[in-house]
Ligand binder design. Structure first.
Ligand SMILES: [Zn+2]
Length: 398
């Protein structure tokens, strides 16, 4: 996304929107660069930028001396507080509430244990948001509540099909939240956590720039995924494409949350791995599965034999799962994220070499495994903010 080259007409979007997207995605861009990137003449760029400044969306942010020798240019960037959204990163065990801004900075407000019951969750969330909102000086700038959720979501209708690890099914999220919020009139937005993490990495991680086809494997209590196809998210007919955790590995295996047997996530997600280790060995320190899994990684790094056995078995199943994904999609890359961010760094190379060897030649050729650059909550929060600010752009910049 940092690649500032686009042609407004070719992309079929308005000139204003194209210019605004460039300023959002390439902070400190100059008018000259905007003109080069969009193909619009300098006077048109000046006119568009002036109107954004009058609206309070864009500001001049100092002088850039490096662009061409002997000539300085003024840097442009979006105004942080021009649009603000509440961000909700809902994990199976822990929920984080934050404030996200137009410039994609994020400020955490609160965190709490996720109740198993949806109505109990909503009560806590609404109470925390309303008490923050009462004291917040720039109320009129708040545009949305943007949710990252662990499961199958209809993002267009803001509808939860299924969050298997919480047992929440068939919930009209927009309606439920709107009826609970007394004092606020804002948009409700939501998407799957793996899809949002992929969006976040594409925005922030420059090594992603050359890739248009790939897969984001989201490792947590279960295993989710998101498919990038020709630069766009591929979600399937009913939004469940990429659910790699439910590929069947062992027909005689343990029963999965989905009702099937021997799914990948019953073998390689952090919950079964932590439970299996604790059954065979000792209790892991940590308040929840995520913390316990981090303890297990520490023990693995210290060469504790049982931890090495446990994570080596997990690695074997990851090789099988990723090889299947590589054979099925023939992607350029597979990014390991969510709690995959916490896995030992050398796993990236180990997994890549194993998959290259085991996948079909055409799938393994040039196949890259990338490691996420943001942890499980940072990536979902940034993704939720991108979702909110894309909505703002769509609605206000024409
Ligand atoms: Zn399953």
């Amino acid at each position: 996304m940092r690649d500032a080259t686009m042609n407004a007409e070719k992309m079929g979007i308005s000139n204003r929107k194209a210019v605004f997207q460039l300023i959002r995605n390439a902070p400190d861009i100059s008018r000259k660069r905007l003109s080069e990137s969009t193909g619009l003449d300098p006077s048109t760029i000046s006119r568009i930028v002036s109107s954004f400044r009058r609206q309070g969306y864009v500001k001049e942010a100092g002088v850039n001396r490096s662009e061409s020798p002997g000539r300085s240019s003024i840097r442009l960037s979006v105004v942080k507080e021009a649009a603000v959204s509440y961000l909700i990163s809902l994990g199976v065990e822990k929920t984080i509430l934050a404030l996200g801004f137009l410039d994609h900075t994020i400020e955490k407000i609160a965190e709490f244990s996720t109740p198993q019951n949806f109505n109990a969750f909503l009560r806590i969330l609404v109470e925390k948001i309303e008490s923050h909102y009462q004291k917040y000086p720039a109320k009129s700038r708040i545009i949305a509540l943007s949710f990252s959720l662990p499961g199958i979501i209809d993002r267009k209708n803001r509808y939860i099909y299924n969050l298997p690890h919480l047992g929440w099914t068939g919930i009209n999220l927009r309606e439920a939240v709107e009826t609970s919020l007394d004092k606020m009139k804002v948009e409700i937005l939501t998407a799957n956590e793996a899809q949002l993490s992929l969006m976040a990495e594409r925005y922030q991680n420059e090594t992603m720039a050359p890739y248009k086809n790939g897969f984001y494997l989201f490792l947590s209590q279960g295993i989710g995924g998101a498919i990038l196809s020709e630069g766009e998210l591929y979600m399937g007919r009913s939004f469940s494409a990429g659910e790699a955790g439910h590929m069947r590995i062992d027909k005689n295996g343990a029963v999965c949350q989905c009702g099937g047997r021997g799914c990948l996530e019953t073998l390689a997600a952090i919950e079964p791995v932590v439970k299996d280790y604790e059954r065979k060995g000792s209790v892991l320190t940590g308040a929840n599965t995520i913390e316990k899994f981090r303890t297990l990684i520490t023990r693995y790094n210290q060469n504790e034999p049982l931890a090495v056995d446990e994570l080596s078995a997990m690695q074997e199943y990851m090789v099988i799962g990723i090889t299947n994904i590589a054979n099925l999609l023939n992607p350029e890359f597979l990014m390991i994220g969510g709690m995959g961010y916490d896995l030992p760094e050398e796993w990236t190379t180990i997994l890549e070499n194993r998959v290259k060897k085991e996948a079909l030649t055409s799938a393994g050729n040039q196949f890259k495994i990338l490691r996420a650059t943001m942890d499980i909550h940072d990536s979902t929060l940034l993704g939720s903010d991108l979702l909110a600010m894309d909505y703002f752009t769509e609605k206000n910049i024409r």
